[in-house]
Design a protein. Structure first.
Lengths: 227, 357
């Protein structure tokens, strides 16, 4: 068995430990980006939904501001965001190298995408239910936390599943400029040294991560959906 | 209980102004089941949403139980809304919560303990006849059951008023009757004031003590249902009632059938409407014995509103011209509303009828 692996993956087998580390780094970056990005993205999505025309806290100027903000940030290519915010990253993490430092631009890159998706997910919440809650004298904060975020939870997780795919993709790019992780491994070793087997195995692990995250999200969605 | 004083609502849409409610004055008393009828777009929903200020008026005053709602702070308004329940055409339950959780929703954060809330929810579900569905999700219920849950939820904070916006419009006729029956019971048991919006006069007929008819933002006619049913003044009201009593169908059938619609020279086709327990027979036999006028009944219908029967008939009166006129006077003197639908072609046509030709 060991011999067969050695034969087919001549460059992978000697660096299994590096693969394990890189996988951990990718998971670390993806996880924290998802958590922080999802948190801020949800706040953004909620602001957009309540401030938009007909929303419970209608406010055209706030809506316009965040709407523009999202559109602008979404148009900046991620690879440029990585360098654009290196000063900010150094200020927050103390360095621009390594997986933790990569989380900063990853989060920045994810928020606008996430915010827009969450906005769309929350717009799916039946306006009639919002109206019913208002008729019961529920406060606006109550409507956000007890109606939008509860009734919209399945939609939020669906969005999260979608966003996780692009986050994992982004970590590979962040890896290329010193973030570590599987992307870094694939590029630094596989691409630079023509070690095709390293590229293949990195890709396979990334795919497994994507499938597992999708599977988990689908299980949760199934569990909380009752329509 | 509820006073709408000169209320107006207009929406501005892309430079165009829609006057959804125009200078409406309404007074709804404690214990009323007040119907508001009108076709879609008449402004009924906008009007009823004024009562809990989900819709702010562009003019006028909204007074509920002595309080001018427009004077209240947002917080006080939310408190006031707890005493005004509301149910909707599409029930508007929360899909991700069980029946228990849906009914408990408005009770949370009101200072009641978990145990008190559980007791209250069970009471409410008992009241609407759904005690066995506590842990089901809305998607597992029928339309009628969903509306019962919505009613239980609307009653959670013991409101004085229940607003119903087309609450039975998504339900089949049988379920509609059951829900209306439930509303009537709640009105009697709890002294609940009910404002009920509908596009079906049938619903009004079943439970409303008073009714307002809306058209194009105006209330064009209002009063006790019995009076409105017996003597509708406005054309639109007459249309609604004819639909509810199936007079429209009957008329159409009659007018499309030559045998009935081609009158002879000494005949009139008339609609009779009368109130109370008087049976039609003595009156009709009197027509013959006193005036030698025969009445051939083509269609008859009796509706019972608040225990008062309202009869409607379509008859062909045949007899000598002078005698027919006397017979008509006699009918009017006896409190029968008479509406001549059709005369022989040789006589001038005074009134054209909906559904004719
Ligand atoms: N939020 C709104 N913005 C603009 N127009 C509205 C709004 N709500 C209602 N309208 C308009 O007001 C009129 C009355 O609507 P509505 O009260 O819903 O009527 P109904 O309930 O009798 O069908 C309609 O012409 C409708 O298009
Ligand atoms: Mg309506």
């Amino acid at each position: 068995m060991y011999n067969i692996l050695n034969e087919f993956l001549p460059n992978v087998m000697p660096i299994t430990q590096e693969f394990i580390t890189a996988t951990e780094q990718t998971i670390h970056m993806s996880f924290w980006t998802a958590v922080i990005g999802c948190g801020i993205g949800t706040v953004l999505g909620v602001i957009l939904v309540v401030a938009r025309k007909g929303g419970i806290l209608e406010n055209p100027s706030i809506y316009q501001f965040f709407d523009k903000f999202i559109n602008i940030f979404r148009s900046i290519p991620f690879i440029i965001l990585l360098t654009l915010f290196s000063g900010f990253t150094r200020f927050i993490v103390g360095t621009t190298i390594g997986p933790t430092a990569a989380i900063v631009p990853l989060v920045i890159g994810t928020i606008p995408f996430f915010g827009r998706q969450i906005e769309n997910a929350l717009l799916e919440v039946d306006p009639g239910v919002i109206e019913a809650a208002q008729s019961m004298g529920i406060s606006n904060l109550g409507i956000i936390f007890r109606v939008y975020l509860v009734e919209g939870l399945a939609g939020i997780i669906r969005v999260m599943a979608l966003t996780l795919i692009s986050i994992i993709g982004f970590t590979a790019m962040a890896g290329a400029i010193g973030g570590g992780g599987l992307g870094n491994l694939a590029i630094a070793r596989g691409h630079a040294r023509f070690q095709d087997d390293v590229i293949w195995v990195s890709t396979a692990i990334i795919l497994v991560l994507v499938f597992v995250s999708q599977f988990v999200c689908n299980v949760i969605i199934k569990k909380i959906t009752h329509d | 209980m509820i006073q709408l004083k000169n209320v107006e609502v207009s929406f501005k849409l892309k430079g165009r102004t829609v006057n959804a409610v125009r200078a409406v004055n309404l007074e709804i008393e404690q214990g009323d089941i007040y119907g508001i009828v009108g076709y879609s777009g008449a402004g009924k929903s906008t009007l009823v949403r004024l009562i809990n200020l989900l819709q702010k008026p562009t003019g006028g005053e909204v007074i509920v139980d002595g309080t001018n709602l427009l004077d209240l702070s947002p917080k006080a308004l939310r408190q006031e809304r707890k005493s005004i329940g509301m149910i909707f055409q599409h029930f508007n339950l929360m899909k991700s919560r069980t029946i228990f959780q849906n009914v408990e929703f408005p009770l949370k954060y009101t200072g009641k303990s978990k145990e008190e809330r559980r007791k209250k929810v069970e009471e409410l579900l008992e009241l609407v006849g759904l005690s066995d569905k506590l842990n089901a999700y809305p998607s597992q219920l029928s339309g009628g059951q969903k509306q019962r849950v919505a009613i239980a939820r609307a009653l959670a904070n013991d409101p004085k008023i229940l607003l119903c916006d087309e609450a039975t419009s998504a339900l089949d006729p049988r379920t509609t009757r059951q829900i209306l029956q439930l509303l009537k019971e709640l009105n009697q048991k709890l002294g609940l004031t009910i404002v009920l919006i509908t596009h079906e006069m049938q619903v009004v007929k079943d439970i409303c003590s008073k009714v307002a008819v809306m058209e194009d933002g105006h209330v064009i006619e209002e009063g006790f249902s019995i009076n409105i049913f017996n003597k509708p003044q406005e054309k639109l009201t007459q249309d609604f009632i004819q639909t509810a009593t199936h007079m429209d169908h009957a008329l159409e059938t009659i007018l499309n059938n030559k045998k009935f619609s081609e009158l002879e020279e000494n005949q009139w086709l008339v609609e009779l409407s009368y109130l109370g327990f008087q049976t039609n027979e003595p009156i009709i036999s009197h027509l013959y014995s006193n005036y030698q006028v025969t009445a051939n009944i083509l269609y008859g219908n009796i509706e019972i509103l608040q225990d008062v029967p309202i009869g409607k008939m379509i008859v062909v009166l045949s007899g000598e011209s002078r005698q027919r006129k006397k017979a008509l006077e006699y009918l009017k003197e006896n409190g029968v509303e008479v509406n001549i639908l059709k005369r022989h072609d040789s006589e001038s046509v005074l009134k054209f009828v909906k559904g004719g030709a």
